[in-house]
Ligand binder design. Sequence first.
Ligand code: PNS
Length: 165
Amino acid sequence: MKKIAIYPGSFDPITNGHLSIIQRASGIFDEIIIAVARNSQKKGALFTLDERLEQLDMLSEKIKTNTALRAMSFDGLLIDFAKTQNACAIVRGVRNAHDAAYEQQMIHMNRHLSGIETVLLFTTPELSFVSSSLVKEVAKYGGDVSAFIPEEILPVFLDRIAEAS
Ligand code: PNS
């Protein structure tokens, strides 16, 4: 049976940390659904849901893998979406023990509700301090974030930061 995993998140913006996790998880699963949470389209979001889905589709094509990658959005509980997609696992990237502790709560809840396991991947050390929110803050004050945002979306990312400031 095909091993399908869900990689959920806000992806506002997509960072090289996210792409690295997708690349590494693709060695484990036959298919990965990159799932953008609709509720992450809150006020203050840099990109709309459709923009994030388009960006993820475009960037997925650059990932060298035989694993099928596709971007979808979901509403409501993650495990309900995972069930509709026949997923056997959720993938999450963690940078440190603090992230892992936060994920632990969700992992237990999701498994309690559905039996679906979560695979936690620690980000590579060089990306272990990167988060979408930190990158947004640094960019807002003119810091160089080009090492952390995919080059394809860097110009539009910087435009949006300037518009929002
Ligand atoms: O990139 P983020 O913001 O850390 O992603 C968080 C996300 C979207 C994975 C999480 O908020 C989520 O799963 N939301 C869907 C609602 C849900 O299932 N909540 C219960 C989790 S136990």
